[in-house]
Write a protein that binds this ligand. Structure first.
Ligand code: IMP
Ligand code: MG
Length: 182
């Protein structure tokens, strides 16, 4: 339960929707071939659903897969290791893949996914994240398409959680406790 915690909005629904349409146009302009969008669960589910509809409007016909990866222990501290909780089912051989995630922070999750799909024979592995926190990378990796460069605070909403809460929020914000407000 969220208790007395409130969420201060950083990116509202309209800002997210506008940026997502622009991202889809950028992705379409990269002319991916036989595009397979791979949404990394759980955090990307809301962004991926919106991005896919925007890709349709941008004239793309992507197929969709889900990769359930986990790199965080409960709470806000990374465990370092990435685990596959559920693998994708399609072959990526000779296809262009677009990995979609909520946020690029240490880069471990996306580096793991990119290396694995490249090793399985993907032609190109592109990365699209809604958010990027600069200066936090533990491994050298960049996203090809980024929604917003965000401040170095723990964010929630629009699919992102803290201890399983707040994924349902239609906006992105930071948790403000009663202590912060005081
Ligand atoms: P990585 O550190 O780049 O591997 O990020 C791994 C995952 O940690 C992301 O996909 C998110 O699910 C989660 N994460 C990183 N930073 C935040 C945050 O500020 N809020 C919520 N989840 C986060
Ligand atoms: Mg995640």
């Amino acid at each position: 339960m969220s208790g007395d915690r409130k969420v201060k909005v950083l990116y509202d629904e309209l800002a997210i929707a506008d940026r997502t349409e622009a991202l889809a146009r950028e992705i379409a302009a990269a002319k991916p071939k036989e595009l397979l969008v791979v949404a990394i669960l759980k955090g990307s589910f809301m962004f991926a659903a919106d991005l896919l509809r925007a890709l349709y409007r941008a004239g793309m016909e992507p197929q969709v897969e889900f990769f359930h990866l986990s790199s965080y222990l409960e709470g806000t501290v990374s465990s370092g290791a990435v685990k596959i909780l559920r693998d994708i089912e399609s072959s990526v051989r000779d296809r262009d893949v677009l990995l979609v995630d909520d946020i690029l922070e240490s880069g471990r999750t996306l580096a793991f996914a990119k290396d694995l799909l490249a090793a399985r024979g993907a032609r190109r592995v592109l990365i699209c994240t809604m958010l990027e926190k600069p200066g936090k990378r533990a491994v050298p990796i960049d996203a090809d398409f980024v929604g917003f460069v965000c401040p170095d605070v723990f964010v929630v909403g629009y699919g992102m959680d803290v201890a399983h809460c707040y994924r349902e929020l239609p906006f992105i914000g930071r948790v403000v406790t009663a202590q912060d407000a005081a």
